[in-house]
Ligand binder design. Structure first.
Ligand SMILES: C[S@@+](CC[C@H](N)C(=O)[O-])C[C@H]1O[C@@H](n2cnc3c(N)ncnc32)[C@H](O)[C@@H]1O
Length: 262
């Protein structure tokens, strides 16, 4: 399990950044739900799965427009995320079954779902082909998979800021992704006959150094006992981020979207 997702804290720092700066456009999970609803019309009692559901945000952000008859199953490989999604679904009044499951070995029968979501998670899966084959297996013939992911240019300005710390800390999120808007159609095409890509690109004007730093810290894993050199480099890095934003907002391109496959 990726250390970043053992508890929801790091994911929450990233969500807070997007919530703060995506204010002008529609929220990602709201927009995703709208775009999928325009293209797919599941039955009123559809069986709907999300793998890697994280904090369950897709559902809490769309609670009032989820058809009441949908039978929703949320899964995540991390127990901390499962607990978080279970609490969020209950708070939002959604009757969802929430269980721990790895997408590489789903505990469901063939064709058990009419619609499955795998949002911003396939690039974490060690055996991507197996994860996609599992999704193909559990989605019924004619059913749909929605797989949201990022493009190669996503948050490049943010990645450039944190990259210099890579020689004193482990920096996650700067390595190329295994499943992107550029290469994902080929990976899904190995299992699904029809794959459509929908882009949702935009740009953020980031002006709050502390919100940006919280996001950057969510990418950085310091040694257990950082020595004086590491501490000095981290404080220099934080100062350089503050100085950068003192000189004006940082324009950050988001390259994101989803695949619709069946
Ligand atoms: C970036 S978060 C996305 C969460 C959610 N889908 C969303 O859109 O907010 C990635 C999630 O995938 C989960 N994950 C990573 N590898 C997984 C795997 N092999 N099987 C199931 N879930 C996995 C992580 O625990 C984490 O909750």
């Amino acid at each position: 399990m990726l250390e970043a997702y053992r508890t929801p804290d790091r994911l929450r720092a990233r969500i807070a950044f997007h919530e703060r700066y995506a204010g002008k456009g529609e929220d990602f999970h709201r927009q995703l739900f709208s775009l999928v609803s325009e293209r797919v019309e599941p039955a009123a009692d559809a069986r709907v799965l999300e793998v890697g559901s994280g904090t369950g945000r897709l559902w809490t952000m769309n609670a009032e427009r989820v058809p009441p008859g949908w039978r929703i199953t949320l899964t995540d490989a991390s127990e901390g995320m499962v607990e978080s999604a279970r609490g969020a679904a209950a708070d939002a009044g959604l009757a969802a079954s929430v269980t721990r499951a790895d997408v590489q070995g789903l505990p469901f029968g063939a064709g058990a779902f009419d619609l499955a979501f795998a949002n911003h998670m396939l690039y974490h899966v060690p055996d991507l082909a197996r994860g996609i084959a599992e999704l193909r297996r559990v989605v019924c013939p004619g059913g749909w998979l929605v797989a949201a992911t990022n493009g190669e240019a996503h948050l490049a300005a943010v990645r450039d800021l944190v990259a210099p710390l890579a020689d004193v800390a482990t920096v996650h999120g700067v390595e190329p992704l295994s499943f992107t808007l550029e290469n994902g159609a080929a990976a899904l095409g190995a299992e699904f006959g029809e794959v459509e890509a929908v882009r949702m690109d935009d740009a953020l004007e980031v002006d709050d150094a502390e919100v940006l730093l919280a996001y950057l810290r969510s990418m950085v894993y310091l040694p257990d006992e950082p020595g004086p050199e590491v501490t000095r480099r981290v404080s220099e890095f934080e100062e350089s981020v503050r100085r950068r934003l003192d000189s004006g907002p940082l324009s950050v391109r988001r390259s994101t979207g989803f695949f619709l496959a069946r």
